[in-house]
Design a protein around this ligand. Structure first.
Ligand code: ASP
Ligand code: MG
Length: 407
């Protein structure tokens, strides 16, 4: 008998029919003898709907009240799913985050889980019940309701699995696993059977939207075997995310990630003197804008430098305004802004032991006449920023040349 934590995302519980189908699956699992803890998201679209409702009253409602509002989405689905299970004669009980003491810090809207008290859950499991826990929510020391950030139900599931030392944490979604590339862009995308935490972390932070990044961090830290699989097909296998070296595929490149949310800003012809990076980036970080890639290069004119960086497209306007002001203050020549760029990344732990992958990547892009605007590398990834109109061409060519469609 194994203890398994399962998480069903918004699309899997999007309607009463789907909730009933999920209940059938859970019941079938339960009948194999496993103990089950199930965490669910709100019905798809609900969190957005409630956010929009709040904004009809206030542009920026208080984060505390937003958490009180948004957590109701998950409270609806835990109750409905539990009813659907009971209707099938499968004994079950629902709990909100606070009820099973998912304790977080007090950062409303992006709280971090600090501890989970597994007492109640274990007690209900011992009574033979399926335990259904609301995802995405917790409570701080003073009893205030908190949420874990968009997509946070993934993190709830992983944290439950860690706290309960579960055999596996299964994340059910609308795709059957993690692919070498987004299958909507490249039909030859191949599903990976196994991938390491490290690679998954890179893929997620580089734009793969399968999992919330914190859930992968959590899984890696507490060594929770994590499986991503489809709730819409029968007998899904999915992708296992683990550290077991002997079973992780030993390919040089595992996958290609892309991120369409990038925007690039450059300050041209800034005086090249100590402190310039600080003077440019500190007003940007003061308004909480995260900077991704940074490039400082020598300008054609002596004593001047060009400074470029990327931000999320949502922050583009604010960042542009700040740069316009800095351009004057620092006596720079011009600001160049471009929100029509994308980031394309190759990811693979095998890169560590293979030189020349970057050169090979650049050659592929050169052969397609795609101009590289920025480059950044780490031990296990190479990212480039290119014009968004070449996104498909770039990722497909890379996928083909690195033969990612082959096992
Ligand atoms: N309902 C929340 C959201 O839409 C949490 C989740 O789905 O994981 O972000
Ligand atoms: Mg999700």
């Amino acid at each position: 008998m194994a203890l398994i934590v399962q998480k069903y995302g918004g699309t899997s519980v999007a309607s009463i029919e789907r909730i009933q189908a999920v209940a059938q699956k859970i019941k079938a699992f339960k009948e194999t003898g496993d103990q089950l803890v199930v965490s669910v998201s709100a019905m798809s679209g609900e969190t957005n709907r409630m956010t929009a409702l709040a904004q009809t009253i206030q542009d920026t409602p208080s984060l505390r009240e937003m958490d009180v509002l948004l957590t109701t989405g998950e409270q609806v689905t835990i109750a409905l799913l539990t009813m659907a299970l009971q209707q099938l004669d499968c004994d079950a009980i629902s709990y909100t985050g606070a009820q099973v003491r998912i304790m977080t810090d007090s950062e409303h809207g992006k709280a971090r889980i600090k501890s989970i008290d597994d007492y109640r859950i274990r007690q209900s499991l011992t009574q033979g019940k399926v335990v259904v826990v609301a995802g995405f929510q917790g409570v701080d020391v003073d009893g205030h309701i908190t949420t874990l950030g968009r997509g946070g139900s993934d993190t709830t599931a992983v944290a439950l699995a860690a706290a309960l030392k579960a055999y596996e944490c299964q994340i059910y979604t609308d795709v059957d696993g993690v692919f070498t590339i987004d299958p909507r862009i490249e039909p030859n995308a191949r599903k990976m059977n196994v991938v390491s935490y490290e690679e998954m972390l890179e893929m997620t932070s580089l734009g793969s939207k399968v999992l919330q990044i914190r859930s992968v961090e959590f899984a890696s830290k507490y060594k929770v075997p994590l499986r991503v699989l489809s709730s819409l097909i029968d007998n899904p296998v999915g992708t296992l995310i683990t550290n077991e070296e002997n079973i992780v595929e030993q390919a040089v490149i595992s996958g290609i990630a892309h991120n369409k949310d990038e925007a690039k800003l450059s300050l041209i012809g800034v005086p090249d003197e100590p402190g310039i990076a600080f003077k440019i980036l500190s007003p940007i970080s003061t308004v909480n804008i995260e900077v991704d890639m940074i490039v400082q290069s020598v300008s054609a004119r002596e004593g001047l430098t060009n400074f470029a960086f990327t931000v999320h497209r949502n922050d583009f306007k604010t960042a542009s305004k700040i740069l316009d002001r800095l351009c004057q203050e620092l006596g720079a020549i011009a600001v160049q802004s471009d929100d029509k760029v994308v980031k394309v990344s190759l990811v693979g732990i095998g890169m560590r032991s293979h030189a020349g992958i970057a050169a090979q990547m650049f050659e592929v892009l050169h052969n397609e006449s795609i101009n590289i605007q920025m480059i950044s590398t780490s031990e296990i990834k190479i990212s480039v920023v290119i014009d968004e109109k070449y996104l498909e061409l770039a990722v497909r060519s890379l996928h083909a040349v690195f033969e990612l469609d082959k096992e």
